[in-house]
Design a protein around this ligand. Sequence first.
Ligand SMILES: NC(=O)c1ccc[n+]([C@@H]2O[C@H](COP(=O)([O-])OP(=O)(O)OC[C@H]3O[C@@H](n4cnc5c(N)ncnc54)[C@H](O)[C@@H]3O)[C@@H](O)[C@H]2O)c1
Length: 282
Amino acid sequence: MELIGVIGGGTMGAGIAEVCAKAGSSVLVLETTEAYADAARGRIAKSISRGVARGKISQEDADAAIGRVRVTLDMDEFADRDLVIEAAPEVEALKHDIFERLDAIVKPSGILATNTSSIPVIKVAGATKHPERVVGVHFFNPVPVMPLVEIISTLVTSPEAAVAVTDYVKNTLGKTPVQAGDRSGFIVNALLIPYLCQAVRMLDSGYASAEDIDAAMKGGCGYPMGPLTLLDTVGLDIALAAAESLYAEFAEPHYAPPPLLRRMVDAGRLGRKTGRGFYAYS
Ligand SMILES: NC(=O)c1ccc[n+]([C@@H]2O[C@H](COP(=O)([O-])OP(=O)(O)OC[C@H]3O[C@@H](n4cnc5c(N)ncnc54)[C@H](O)[C@@H]3O)[C@@H](O)[C@H]2O)c1
């Protein structure tokens, strides 16, 4: 697998393009307008250059990696790609449209992957005539830093496609792949979101303060940050959407978003990105 395509050069797409290019792959990124394409180029170059400043990559290797990335507005250029990873916004209709078009353009041996966090991969695969070549490949933010990648096989994904993507993620990108079923939340969010929701319920009931809940989980479990600080970092709107998706899938009470989480999102207290969540940020 040498020719990689990435759909969308935003937060995740730029990170995925960066790690693939640094691993030696030729990367083509699709964007929608020249302005977004410029932003994607800037995002990728800036992040790779930051690695030079931190002594993690030589200037020569950074220049070579940046040289392996090209951003285009034309999906027809993706015909020769061995693997295309879609990282467009989390909108089901948009992903449907992208996969329908990719299926018609990318060569038959090319694998189509989605980085979706919450849309069942089979729904995206259903937009193609060849759902057996569609796999979920869920990277974590920030992609250059986080080692984990969840690989999701649907009921119809071909074992060969899953194995090929797993091999690329592990042996070329040097990441840690885990295999997950095509269920909302995969592994990480299915375990993490109930824990975060429970911390919000505990705070809301007056059982413990935000500071003490966070201190308890840091000091008692060795977690790098407490659950409420983590919610502020992830974004309360993102966590709410994940909880809603899990609850819609399983209808189990521990996935139900707590009312306080909803009210904070209603109030625009989304965490660090809005300057106020469970804590205030200047
Ligand atoms: N941000 C995260 O922490 C995170 C983590 C894991 C997975 N994800 C998933 O990754 C995907 C992308 O999320 P993101 O945070 O990078 O979003 P983002 O909004 O930062 O980036 C999306 C990019 O896609 C581009 N785009 C929109 N329509 C397009 C189209 N038709 N063709 C090509 N490009 C198009 C946009 O211009 C934008 O640059 C989503 O499915 C999200 O659920 C996000």
